[in-house]
Design a protein around this ligand. Structure first.
Ligand SMILES: [Fe+2]
Ligand SMILES: [Fe+2]
Length: 323
């Protein structure tokens, strides 16, 4: 909510009856709790990263050049994703009119700023940071410039956060880098908390939507998901070099997103499905099996390998064309 001389101060925020009603609502209390939890679990990024570098040596020490390059490319995209998340959560904090959801978004701004500077410090020591491809760039700018609050929440809380949680977990678990092994659980904990704002606040916005607005939100989610999938094709070789199983990560992201949509339905009823979809609904599982066949693409039928190869080439062309 942008304040103007006409609507500032918003005295209704302090209205005792409205405050009492808000406090009686469980979702509202949980949103406010997200803010306090952020403060309680806040960590000092400089101290944590500094201590890890003192203990394990500089980032990427001892890695093969190919692995190091792949790690730098993946961490660079995650780093810029954190800057996008910082800006999007700042937009949410500015635009959300409801007090408790505004507090939750503000807490997220604080976390994302720390995530960005810690990854900047890590990546800058890993080697020269490079330009990111056109596909991730499109995805970030699409959510950064989303025209409505709800689309920003869907892009950020449902899509970015779930992908970030899974990638942080897998890279951390992989023990590629002892620093990331200990550092990324801090990120994962914060990102898991951020999903809560989407679960509790997006349904409130969807309730008030016209049919056309709900359709536009569903279309936005689909377009972002397609951009995410196309970006995944471009990073295939890097993930392979890092020993990260893309099928396993995609299954984990789908099940997290499915869980988020289920929680939204539990909290607010099935009407939320007008505007958001679970990746497990409809043809979602078939698409996942096509992109990441259970037995690997080398064991898939010849036609499947041909189409798959053509999609990878097209994704690389798009990635270059957009940059
Ligand atoms: Fe983050
Ligand atoms: Fe986040």
């Amino acid at each position: 909510m942008r304040f103007t001389p006409e609507n500032f101060p918003p005295y209704q925020l302090l209205d005792p009856v409205a405050t009492g009603e808000r406090q009686a609502d469980q979702k509202t209390r949980q949103l406010e709790r997200l803010y306090h939890l952020t403060q309680k679990h806040s960590w000092d990024g400089r101290a944590v990263l500094g201590a890890l570098i003192d203990r394990h040596g500089p980032p990427g020490a001892g890695l093969e050049p190919r692995t190091r390059d792949a790690l730098r490319r993946v961490m660079t995209v995650l780093m810029w994703g954190e800057l996008a998340a910082w800006n999007i959560s700042a937009d949410l904090a500015l635009e959300i009119p409801d007090l408790e959801a505004k507090m939750a978004a503000t807490a997220q701004v604080f976390d994302e700023a720390r995530h960005f500077y810690v990854l900047r410090d890590y990546v800058s020591q890993l080697g020269t940071s490079e330009r990111i491809g056109g596909l991730p760039n499109r995805l970030f700018t699409k959510v950064l410039s989303a025209p409505t609050l709800c689309q920003k929440l869907v892009g950020m809380q449902l899509l970015f956060e779930t992908n970030a949680v899974v990638m942080f977990r897998r890279i951390g678990e992989s023990e590629l880098c002892p620093i990331l092994h200990e550092l990324l659980p801090y990120f994962e904990r914060d990102e898991s908390r951020h999903v809560g704002l989407g679960v509790m606040y997006a349904p409130k916005l969807i309730e008030r939507m016209s049919r056309a607005e709900a359709r536009a939100t569903a279309r936005f989610q689909l377009e972002c998901t397609l951009l995410l999938m196309a970006s995944g094709f471009v990073f295939r070789e890097d993930f392979a070099a890092l020993g990260l199983d893309q099928r396993q990560m995609a299954i984990r992201v789908s099940s997290m997103q499915d869980e988020v949509v289920k929680q939204m339905v539990e909290v607010s009823g099935r009407s939320v499905l007008r505007a958001v979809a679970s990746p497990r609904a409809g043809v979602g599982p078939k698409i996942l099996d096509f992109i990441h066949p259970a037995d690997g693409i080398a064991s898939a039928p010849a036609w499947h390998q041909r189409v798959h190869g053509a999609i990878i080439r097209a994704a690389h062309r798009l990635d270059r064309a957009y940059s």
